[in-house]
Design a protein around this ligand. Structure first.
Ligand code: ZN
Length: 253
């Protein structure tokens, strides 16, 4: 006797997510950050940092990474996203795509939203600085806000890369935000910088991931199974963040 397999039967088998643990309905999509049902696909990192083709003439929105997210944990259109976009794009060692993003999308957002502008250039927040013959504008970074968003990105990338959630702690080390200081950072900070540089070296030997590397790519170093993972996240070719995921076991659900 021969059986003909109907596509309707095969389809759920092919499409089901393999990484939701036993006892969980495979049809039900769960948020990458919590146990709530997902209501949307969230872009990791946020879509806004990828320049629009009309602004740069290049399609930088190919195969963007998305993860399932609940209403509480999706990053869509929040001021946090736009803040992140500015902090990343303004960095002085970025590529031309970042410059174009600054002079198009971010400029438009400044003109539209004074509150957004003030996050960077509000009263007495910025300073002029001369550095090795270059004139730079510096502005303080809200490191709590920055780390909060970057942790979400690291969790999203972990989910995307390993098909499982990271439920443990994440330490964010924004290499690019400390690199500007010339003076000796002191006995407490110096070892931290050295360890971070070692983490960077470890990741640098790994393959690049990401369909639009001019805007974002990541590298991952991990043990197996991945209970300790180090990520190097690179934005606009110049802004680097190391994420250290360790200390707590990761979850399967
Ligand atoms: Zn959630």
């Amino acid at each position: 006797m021969s059986y003909k397999l109907a596509p309707l039967v095969l389809e759920p088998l092919i499409l089901q997510e393999p990484h939701f643990g036993e006892g969980i309905d495979e049809e039900m999509r769960i948020c990458f950050m919590c146990d709530e049902p997902a209501s949307t696909d969230d872009h990791i990192p946020p879509k806004c940092i990828f320049p629009e083709q009309k602004d740069v003439g290049v399609d930088y929105r190919k195969n963007l990474i998305t993860v399932p997210a609940c209403d509480n944990h999706n990053l869509k259109t929040s001021l946090d996203d736009e803040y992140l976009m500015g902090v990343l794009a303004f960095h002085w060692r970025n590529n031309k795509a970042a410059y174009k993003q600054s002079t198009t999308k971010i400029k438009r957002a400044f003109q539209r939203n004074k509150r957004y502008y003030n996050l960077f250039f509000g009263a007495s927040k910025h300073q002029l600085l001369f550095w090795n013959g270059e004139q730079l504008i510096t502005a303080p970074v809200d490191i709590d806000r920055f780390s909060f968003i970057m942790q979400k990105i690291a969790r999203g990338i972990y989910y995307h890369h390993f098909n499982r959630k990271w439920l443990g702690d994440i330490s964010i080390r924004p290499i690019s935000l400390v690199a500007i200081y010339d003076r000796d950072p002191g006995p407490i900070i110096t070892p931290l910088i050295q360890i971070t540089q070692q983490m960077k070296l470890l990741c640098s030997k790994q393959p690049l991931n990401g369909a639009n590397p001019d805007i974002f790519y990541y590298q991952v170093a991990h043990n197996n199974p991945p209970t300790h993972t180090i990520m190097r996240l690179v934005f606009y070719g110049g802004f680097e963040v190391i994420a250290n995921l360790s200390d707590n076991p990761c979850g399967n659900s």
